[in-house]
Ligand binder design. Structure first.
Ligand code: PHE
Length: 367
């Protein structure tokens, strides 16, 4: 039954590769899904312009999971059973990648998450990969940056307790901060459904931290930054993680967040020839600069196509094995090596918000 349309095209033609992508194209984190889709589409365009993979064109079927983990599971199952995809790309949010990954792994279809950083995501099983660093490393680097670069030791932490990414990253930061001899003077958590953060911010302020670590998504950071300003907390006290990276953050709270830093995958002005070549092509196609999500979406797709080309067969299992063997893949975000835990080994970029723009600050590595 193919009556519902939803991204499914005509019957599978054997002369093309079908890849499924599930993303938040509507709902709370729409910008994550849209940016990732754009990066992915650029990759498809480029690979097909070169004749595709092993002489066959690539088609990516996009499905909207509405920013919802249950929908993510449903869409993954649909892409596998109805559309017979050979591989999957998705998701951005760790909570949804974990949900979709369980289904992909059970059905033995390889999946690559572009930008889900929570450690649990790839622990689901041998078919689930990612092309980004993990939050144990990101939290560690965040704490080291606050201590060693900003020279601040008294910190507050603010996060969403019911979100896998946010609570996980807050924990990793706290662990490292304690190891570094820093003091957590306040710890406040909220539920994803909350919109008024004034009470938490006032409590944080009275604890007199030197910095506030807020590993939350952009959609929460915008009201937090605005309410912080109203409460007399300067924006440059905030330090965050990759979840901040969306145009909406600088468009809607750029002024409030002047001077703030966060750890990220990519910055459009990072000094790397590969990144700059990608930015140029992206700007040509979309008339605006790519976000980290777009770059990660592009890299997840390109790395998959590269693995499909190297695979000893056309089956999902053969593609899985080729992904697992990836070494020093030259992506738009940097060189990517897939490790034994199916995570990407790669450096972390520090970005600063300056004049309502994301500005490259530094590149750091865990070792
Ligand atoms: N790392 C976030 C997660 O795992 C997703 C994200 C990546 C958000 C990059 C924004 C930018 O949930």
């Amino acid at each position: 039954g193919k009556k519902d349309g939803g991204g499914a095209g005509p019957e599978p033609a054997s002369n093309e590769w079908k890849v499924g992508a599930y993303l938040s194209l509507s709902g709370a984190e729409t910008q994550f899904g849209k940016d990732t889709q754009e990066g992915t589409e650029l990759a498809v365009e480029e690979i097909n312009a070169k004749g595709g993979v092993k002489g066959k064109k690539v088609r990516v079927l996009f499905e909207d999971d509405k920013s919802n983990p249950q929908e993510a599971s449903n869409k993954v199952l649909q892409l596998i059973n109805r559309d017979k995809v050979v591989a999957l790309l998705g998701e951005v949010a760790s909570s949804r990648s974990k949900a979709g990954g369980i289904v992909a792994n059970k059905n033995k279809i390889p999946m690559i998450s572009p930008s889900s950083t929570n450690p649990d995501v790839t622990k689901v099983g041998p078919f689930v990969f990612r092309v980004c660093f993990t939050d144990d490393v990101q939290g560690q680097m965040g704490a080291r940056f606050v201590k060693n670069k900003l020279n601040k030791s008294k910190v507050a932490v603010l996060y969403a307790s019911d979100d896998l990414y946010s609570s996980g990253l807050a924990n990793e930061f706290k662990n490292e901060a304690k190891k570094l001899g820093m003091t957590i003077v306040a710890e406040k958590s909220f539920l994803k459904s909350e919109t008024n953060f004034t009470t938490y911010l006032n409590e944080i302020k009275s604890a007199e931290p030197e910095a506030i670590y807020a590993p939350v998504y952009y959609n929460a950071m915008v009201p937090i930054a605005r309410q912080a300003k109203a409460a007399g907390i300067p924006g440059n006290m905030f330090v965050g993680g990759d979840g901040w990276h969306s145009d909406s953050l600088v468009n809607d709270a750029g002024e409030e967040m002047e001077g703030a830093y966060f750890t990220n995958h990519f910055s459009p002005d990072m000094p790397s020839p590969n990144s700059q070549a990608f930015v140029k092509r992206y700007v040509e196609k979309y008339k605006r600069e790519p976000s980290a999500l777009a770059a990660q979406g592009y890299d997840s797709a390109m790395l998959l196509f590269d693995a499909m080309g190297r695979a000893k067969g056309d089956t999902p299992e053969a593609i899985r094995d080729a992904i697992a063997e990836t070494k020093s893949f030259q992506g738009a975000t940097g060189a990517i090596t897939i490790d034994a835990e199916r995570n990407a080994e790669k450096p972390i970029v520090i970005v600063q918000i300056k004049g309502k723009k994301f500005t490259y600050f530094d590149t750091v590595t865990a070792k």
